[in-house]
Design a protein around this ligand. Sequence first.
Ligand SMILES: *[C@@H]1O[C@H](CO)[C@@H](O)[C@H](O)[C@H]1NC(C)=O
Ligand SMILES: *[C@@H]1O[C@H](CO)[C@@H](O)[C@H](O)[C@H]1NC(C)=O
Ligand SMILES: *[C@@H]1O[C@H](CO)[C@@H](O)[C@H](O)[C@H]1NC(C)=O
Length: 169
Amino acid sequence: MESLRKMLVVLMTMVVTVRMVNASLVYVGGGKETWRSNVNFSEWSARQNIYVGDWLYFGFDKKLYNVLEVNKTGYEGCHDVGFIKNITRGGRDVFQVNEAKTYYFINGGGSCFGGMKVAVNVENPQPAPSPSQLTGVKSIKNGSPSRFGGHVVTLMAVLANVLLAWAIL
Ligand SMILES: *[C@@H]1O[C@H](CO)[C@@H](O)[C@H](O)[C@H]1NC(C)=O
Ligand SMILES: *[C@@H]1O[C@H](CO)[C@@H](O)[C@H](O)[C@H]1NC(C)=O
Ligand SMILES: *[C@@H]1O[C@H](CO)[C@@H](O)[C@H](O)[C@H]1NC(C)=O
């Protein structure tokens, strides 16, 4: 009886944890330092499925680049005045997308005109994750390796919480 109760609590913990951490870290441009010129960001963003709650990661050399959130007009015309938010911190900067809409980011300064800007289409999350999503099968299927890391983090968080729940009980 005691072990059944324990098992139930552990299962509940798993479910809650999965719901909490089912957000992905999305590497803008596809890599850890791919916010730079000569990356085709429209080609990159067309291959992504990004959901509300996900985090965008901009990795760059802060001596050369910066990240500004702008509106559509600012994106199209590369306007680095009147931006919405300056995301720039140390060059390993994250931004959480909280709404289902298109977000626009540019590099303030000349590189934007060379194509250093990105439009990110954010969708509402899908229904509760299926087991195949948790093992990363989905990530492989839609050819988006940058999402894989997020799922690994998810699994590790789930495991950590399960172990914690087990230890406390
Ligand atoms: C990016 O790739 C798309 C699709 O392959 C292409 O149409 C576009 O011209 C490219 N943009 C740049 C700036 O190279
Ligand atoms: C975009 O931002 C600029 C600068 O702040 C502003 O003048 C413009 O009206 C905005 N455009 C839209 C469509 O919100
Ligand atoms: C954005 O923030 C960075 C770091 O704080 C700063 O160096 C940069 O000048 C800012 N850019 C603009 C356009 O305000």
